[in-house]
Design a protein around this ligand. Structure first.
Ligand code: SF4
Ligand SMILES: [Zn+2]
Length: 388
């Protein structure tokens, strides 16, 4: 019996329909992630200070391109990554979180937040993304008292026009969303959820996301009723081909817009340290998508009026080691075109893009590849050695 068979009972006729096989797969993937996270070196953190200085980026809002402040609170880490699920396959946040048994206290959170908040001139940066590298509405990640004080301070700052907060859907309740609405009247608030892929099975296998479409739908309904919904879509998670990735991204973006999502942020997968994606990349089993693919997705989606599709520029925390790429000659131009699109939402920025590497991308799209189960099996064979 091979190592893989010991772990999974064999993937040869892996159809995912049998509950026990699926359960074995989850055990396998979470053990693998646990193993990968176990290699994160121990670091000492000052829990009174934010994880990283506030970053200044841009975003179009109500037709105007504004500068936005992106603040990263230092936390213990996402509960999904710390507990039994061991996190999403592409997410590297955990490597720069405290990961201690004692949670960051309310006083520490407030000191982190207030110190950074005091530095920002919101007249110049009227959009605020507040990230805690996890779920803002999970009481175990941020105590309700800290959350409340942070929201009140944002509410008092009249120059802030838009606020983005992130959460997994299981922490969205009518109560906490209404609370935000009451504390931030007159501000455009978007609650962001990383749905990534529409199909439950692929979301589970390729991303290890740990929630269902139904959970997203329920949270989306509450958010849309009270505030605004933002959805993250992951382009090219592990185990998918370039073509499948494009098709799946288009599918989930259209789905999110149908659910009333105000903003979809297309996030192309990158390689961050201590992630399964990194492990696969190092094993020759993964490459980030082509920039061509990002543009293909944007071109294919019909964005409804008053909703917007923006493209993430791979500014993840901590910084990725590999990002989407075409070739040396054209990648910078493509990135400029994406920046131009983000500033205006005008797809004409993509009209004149051309390069010899298009042929290679098209060949990749058209390539004959083994079926998903077979590819997964090949990958799992190699990966099982890591935890045996
Ligand atoms: S992507 Fe979000 S839910 Fe997944 S491990 Fe990272 S912080 Fe947690
Ligand atoms: Zn090129």
């Amino acid at each position: 019996m091979t190592n893989l068979e010991k772990v999974l009972g064999g993937l040869r006729d892996f159809d995912f329909s049998g509950k026990s096989k699926r359960a074995r797969y989850y055990t396998f993937i979470s053990r693998l992630l646990e193993h990968i996270h176990g290699k994160i070196p121990a670091e000492r953190y000052d829990t009174h200070k934010v994880a990283s200085p506030t970053d200044i980026r841009e975003e179009i809002f109500n037709g105007v391109n504004y500068k936005r402040a992106v603040m990263f609170l230092l936390s213990n880490g996402c509960e999904w990554a710390l507990k039994e699920g061991h996190g999403c396959t592409m997410c590297g946040h955990l490597a720069k979180q405290t990961r201690t048994a004692d949670t960051v206290t309310t006083a520490e959170y407030l000191q982190q937040f207030n110190e950074e908040f005091d530095k920002i001139d919101f007249k110049n940066f009227p959009l605020l993304n507040l990230y805690n590298n996890g779920s803002f509405f999970n009481d175990k990640e941020i105590a309700p008292e800290a959350r409340l004080e942070i929201l009140k301070r944002i509410g008092r700052e009249k120059d802030i026009k838009m606020v983005v907060l992130e959460t997994r859907p299981e922490f969205v309740t009518e109560g906490n969303i209404k609370e935000v609405k009451e504390i931030l009247p007159g501000k455009h608030v978007e609650i962001a959820i990383g749905l990534e892929i529409k199909d439950d099975l692929y979301r589970a296998v390729c991303v290890n996301k740990g929630f269902t479409l139904r959970q997203y739908d329920q949270a989306a309904e509450i958010i849309v009723r009270n505030l605004h919904l933002r959805t993250y879509v992951l382009l090219k998670p592990p185990f998918l081909t370039e073509k499948e990735s494009i098709d799946f991204a288009v599918e989930v973006i259209e789905y999110a817009f149908d659910r009333g999502c105000r903003t979809v942020s297309l996030e192309a997968c990158t390689v961050q340290a201590f992630t399964l994606v990194d492990y696969l990349y190092e094993s020759g089993l993964y490459n980030p998508p082509y920039l061509w693919s990002i543009i293909e997705v944007v071109k294919r989606v019909k964005v409804p009026d008053k909703q917007k599709l923006i493209v993430g520029l791979f500014q993840f925390y901590p910084s990725p080691s590999k990002t989407p790429f075409n070739c040396e000659r054209c990648s910078e131009n493509f990135l400029d075109a994406i920046r131009g699109y983000n500033r205006t939402l005008d797809k004409r920025f993509f009209d004149d893009l051309s390069c010899e590497c298009k042929e290679k991308w098209q060949e990749t799209i058209a390539a004959d590849v083994p079926p998903f189960e077979e590819r997964l099996e090949t990958a799992a064979e190699k990966l099982s050695a890591a935890i045996s």
